[in-house]
Design a protein around this ligand. Structure first.
Ligand code: NAD
Length: 378
């Protein structure tokens, strides 16, 4: 097969293919093409990509002969225009929100292979790009907060006096939250965490953090896929009310709460932010799906009237683009390795992973929830 990397938007520093992944694809017998200058955002030269086995082509030529086009971010409809019908487009496709992309895939008879829809099974872990990138996002969130806050994270006993450790509150303990807790603990902070899925309490404690409990009433817990169930408006209001005290006591709040396929739940309102100390920092990892925090501006940092900095920068893994690309490209190659056999895609009826990630085929959306979303937006 011809595996081609599509150019990323100019602000994106991550790459879908890096030299180790290119070498692996070549070993598997695939041809790899990348547009000239593809590695520039990461400081990877055309010569290095060529040495790994890629053919450097003009951007237009990269499109026309691709069998599989790999991406880091959902391509715009215009970016898909040069692909032949039947081409696979593999990567982050943001299926619930980037509806113009989904529509363009359908109309162009393109076959979207959407990594966000990867099953959360042990076997699929090596192909799970949501996890690899979320883990880095959790790490970056803490590093960013440590840089921005006006105090140190660890306790320090010095002749000039003792400084208490910073208090970090992690809200949402999935992959990103766990990594944020581990990073903040390593940096010496005192860490509290909360998630609506009680099952994560043990994981929080095993990292040396405190799991706080709130009584929200009604049904909580998780879906068969391990994702959080959406809370009712009433439960969310109870959560906000009960969290107010711990939020006010925290120097750093990192919010990672997501409900798969929906806009992020609003967990911190203006009153909660108003109760925080001046100089404290909130990192909203849900900024791109609406934000967990009132006042988050996606892609920006803002300082509120009472001096609280709210960070809505995204995608955070792009700030550690070298490792993020290594991990993402490895996920992509593992998926290609799994999903195709002798250049033929495994049948969705026989393979659960292909069935889950194959978003569009034959000019139609295969995933029921995405299809409903697309129809509702028409
Ligand atoms: P996610 O990004 O969908 O959500 C982040 C966290 O926010 C979740 O833990 C969720 O419970 C939490 N959340 C939602 N609403 C909340 C609220 N109102 N208040 C507080 N927290 C709230 O989650 P994720 O990181 O993708 O992980 C989802 C699950 O999948 C986790 O259990 C994770 O361990 C599991 N997982 C399994 C595998 C695997 O086995 N291959 C891989 C990755 C993740």
């Amino acid at each position: 097969m011809v595996v081609t990397a599509l150019p990323s938007p100019s602000e994106e520093r991550r790459l879908a293919l890096v030299p180790p992944a290119i070498k692996r694809l070549r070993t598997l017998g695939h041809e790899v093409r990348v547009p000239a200058g593809y590695g520039t955002p990461l400081g990877v030269s055309d010569a290095e990509l060529e040495e790994a086995g890629a053919v450097i082509v003009a951007a237009e030529d990269a499109m026309a002969e691709a069998d599989v086009a790999v991406v880091v971010q959902p391509p715009t409809p215009a970016a898909l225009a040069g692909l032949r019908p039947g081409t696979f487009v593999l990567g982050f496709l943001d299926p619930f929100f980037a509806l113009p992309t989904v529509r363009a895939l359908v109309e162009g008879q393109l076959r979207g292979m959407c990594v966000e829809l990867m099953p959360r099974s042990t076997y699929a872990q090596k192909m799970d790009a949501l996890s690899s990138q979320a883990s880095l996002a959790g790490y970056v969130a803490v590093v960013l907060a440590a840089q921005r806050i006006d105090k140190v994270l660890p306790m320090m006993s010095t002749p000039a006096g003792t400084i208490a450790p910073a208090r970090v509150f992690v809200l949402g303990v999935g992959v990103a939250g766990l990594q944020a807790i581990a990073t903040a603990k390593r940096m010496g902070a005192r860490v509290d965490a909360y998630d609506t899925r009680p099952v994560v309490a043990e994981q929080v404690r095993s990292l040396g953090a405190r799991f706080v409990e709130f009584d929200l009433g009604g049904d909580q817990g998780q879906t068969d896929q391990g994702y959080a169930k959406a809370l009712s408006e009433e439960q969310l209001a109870r959560q906000r009310e009960q969290m107010a005290k711990i939020v006010a006591q925290s120097d750093v709040v990192i919010t990672t709460a997501q409900v798969f396929g929906r806009t992020a739940p609003r967990l911190l309102d203006a009153a909660a932010i108003g109760g925080m100390k001046p100089g404290s920092v909130v990192v909203d990892l849900a900024a791109s799906t609406g934000g967990n925090v009132e006042g988050t501006v996606a892609g920006r940092e803002v300082v509120t009237d009472n001096g609280v900095r709210i960070i809505g920068l995204h995608p955070l893994p792009a700030s550690v683009a070298r490792d993020a690309s290594l991990m993402y490209a490895a996920n992509v190659v593992h998926l290609i390795e799994h999903a195709w056999h002798d250049g033929v895609l495994r049948s969705p009826s026989e393979d659960g992973i292909v069935d889950a990630v194959l978003l569009t085929d034959d000019g139609a959306v295969r995933n029921e929830h995405v299809r409903e979303r697309l129809e509702a937006s028409a």
